[in-house]
Design a protein around this ligand. Structure first.
Ligand SMILES: O=C(O)CCC(=O)C(=O)O
Length: 263
């Protein structure tokens, strides 16, 4: 097992609410390196896929299914992240994918209400909702630039039916509206380096970015190693993700920043 980063209270809060905010998962130097490397990474930006929201505004993400020897993978697979996920998912975990969400100033579109398990059940066929994500803030995320919104405790609803909303997969509007009447909507405002661990059945969304400030986040998604995928069977039988030592995050970040400066 990697190091446990969640206290018993934080773990209980995740189980009760479906999410927990952990301030300062990453140190200021690590966070600054992540922002510097990502913002200069043209391959990341050019490789980002655009998704239209229900109003036709576009938001972008770059998704990667493989861990590599790079800073993004070090952040996603470091001991802190894997350790937190092992606590949450109750045993060894596998990296599923990670994605940089690029919500650009003034133009970045919304993400519609959904549960991640809405489509991970449908597309990959994970049998149990034993998956979780951690959103790491690259930029400050607040209400102005379209931070994550969640319905507290909505993971207890179980999986809702999902369909197409714009270019996205959205949860059944009637059920979602009923859930919104009964559950508190929380705007998850976070600072660079903070992490939000959230359950795959938590209803979440985010507004368009009307502000002049970018809202980039790096999200790691993981599944319990014991959780079979009945459709995308390639996920089955994989070895648990071997955690990258925590100190490698800054080391790899410095290496990449130096290479960028030299080029
Ligand atoms: O970046 C956001 O605002 C939403 C992210 C999201 O919906 C997801 O990771 O499933």
């Amino acid at each position: 097992m990697a190091a446990s980063i969640l206290t018993a209270e934080q773990l209980a809060s995740y189980q009760r609410d479906g999410y927990v905010i952990i301030p300062g998962v990453f140190y200021p130097e690590e966070t600054a390196l992540l922002a510097r490397v990502a913002k200069a990474d043209l391959e990341l930006q050019q490789g980002a896929r655009a998704h239209d929201d229900s109003t036709g505004r576009t938001t972008k993400l770059n998704i990667r299914y493989v861990l590599e020897d790079d800073l993004y993978s070090a952040v996603i697979a470091c001991e802190r992240m894997v350790g937190g996920m092992e606590q949450i998912l109750g045993g060894p975990v596998c990296h599923f994918h990670h994605k940089m969400m690029l919500k650009e100033p003034l133009v970045g579109g919304a993400w519609e209400w959904h549960q991640d398990y809405g489509y991970w059940y449908e597309y990959e066929g994970f049998l149990f909702p034993c998956l979780s994500s951690c959103m790491v803030a690259v930029d400050r995320a607040n209400r102005d630039n379209g931070c994550l919104q969640v319905l507290r405790g909505s993971h207890h609803l179980g999986r809702l039916t999902h369909g197409r909303v714009g270019d996205q997969t959205g949860s059944d509007p009637e059920r979602t509206a009923a859930a919104a009447e009964h559950l508190e909507r929380v705007y998850v405002e976070i600072e660079p380096g903070d992490g939000v661990f959230f359950h795959c059945n938590l209803l979440h969304r985010s507004d368009a970015n009307e502000s002049p400030h970018a809202r980039w986040t790096l999200i790691g998604c993981y599944y319990a190693q014991r959780n079979p995928a009945v459709k995308a069977v390639t996920y089955n039988g994989r070895p648990a993700t071997v955690p990258v030592p925590d100190q490698q995050v800054a080391a790899i970040g410095r290496r990449e920043a130096a290479a960028m400066a030299a080029s």
